[in-house]
Design a protein around this ligand. Structure first.
Ligand code: ADP
Length: 332
């Protein structure tokens, strides 16, 4: 019996008169070798687990902090007869984390959508008040606010849809073969728009070919270039460069000479709705989703995203994509 269960990835234990007589490898890894032969109540120690294993019938309990402080395990206890019992442990920590992240995301997204919507409704109500006598200038200002808030809603919805699509495709490897140079130049100019184009310095030293989906790579470039322009002075240059890293990977760098990012924020920047300065982000039309989208796309392309920044000096976002084995000539 012990050989049969030894290699199961599920921690399994057999008890005989409340003592652990067999514990497979997975169970020993989490509870320690020393619990073989021990009373189950001593082996588990946790009060909720002890309450379950002490009872005279089979049962199930969900226990928090059995092995580590925040983990969640489901303990299934089956009494086979008066002396023998089987204990199965199912780790539910990851499921609980996913479910929490999901709830947080829905709450954050609803909050982000509700704020501009409330503003649109408020202004429309004010404007439609027949008794109010607003000057054409004031009405114009109100309409401009309604328009900008409606645009904010539109960007939010468009980013939410992009994020959900990128997440849905996360495990499908892209199949297209694309040349980066043209894409980088086009998407950067696109992101800057006519008003900011003069601030761009595009240095594509080399064309690289990668396996990827053009639409998504364009989105990575657009989001990074837009951020670099947004978070640096209105006269500051942003450098977009494409070359080959020493490893042979295609390397895209977006460098700005803006305000920079404090080190404690850097590990969190790719989380949905994370902003170092929410007011500033919203005022410049940010949704807080741009870098989360970038991260997912880069992961799908088996690439890597690095962020180097110095407060007061500026920031460099570097994306590496594995270069395709295919020659540039193969691109149709
Ligand atoms: P947002 O829509 O707020 O720009 P992002 O996901 O694109 O959302 O970026 C998340 C946050 O990261 C931003 O709110 C900003 O605080 C910070 N950030 C991103 N790019 C830069 C940059 N180039 N310089 C300084 N801060 C940046």
């Amino acid at each position: 019996m012990s050989e049969l269960i030894e290699h199961s990835r599920t921690p399994l234990l057999l008890t005989e008169r409340k003592r652990v007589s067999v514990a497979n490898n997975a169970a020993r890894e989490i509870l320690g070798e020393h619990m073989l032969g021990q009373d189950v109540r001593v082996a588990f120690r946790h009060p909720d687990a002890v309450a379950l294993l002490d009872q005279s019938s089979s049962g199930t309990a969900t226990v928090r902090g059995l092995v580590r402080r925040l983990d969640i395990w489901q303990i299934n206890y089956k009494r086979l007869d008066a002396n023998l019992g089987v204990i199965e442990l199912v780790n539910q920590t990851a499921e609980a984390d996913i479910s929490r992240a999901h709830t947080d995301f829905v709450a954050n997204a609803s909050h982000e959508l509700r704020t501009p919507l409330a503003s649109v409704i408020g202004y429309i109500e004010t404007l439609s008040d027949e008794d109010a006598d607003y000057t054409p200038e004031t009405r114009g200002r109100f309409f401009a606010t309604v328009l900008s808030e409606a645009r904010r809603l539109q960007s939010l919805i468009s980013d939410l849809m992009s994020l959900s699509q990128v997440e849905a495709e996360k495990h499908d490897r892209p199949t297209g073969v694309i040349r980066l140079k043209e894409l980088v130049e086009g998407a950067s100019i696109d992101a800057a728009g006519p008003d900011r184009q003069h601030r761009l310095l595009i240095e594509c030293h080399e064309d690289s070919t990668i396996v990827g989906e053009a639409r998504q790579i364009e989105q990575v470039i657009r989001n990074l270039v837009d951020n670099a322009l947004k978070y640096s002075g209105i006269n500051e240059t942003v450098v977009v460069s494409l070359d080959r890293a020493p490893s042979g990977d295609a390397r895209l760098r977006v460098t700005d000479y803006g305000e920079g990012i404090a080190p404690e924020h850097i590990p969190h920047l790719t989380r949905r709705f994370y902003r170092t300065d929410p007011g500033r982000s919203r005022a410049s039309g940010g949704t807080g989703l741009g870098l989360a989208i970038v991260k997912h796309i880069v992961e799908r392309h088996k690439g890597r995203l690095d962020i180097d920044s110095e407060v007061g000096k500026g920031t460099v976002f570097t994306v590496r994509f594995p270069a395709s084995e295919k020659a540039v000539d193969d691109v149709s």
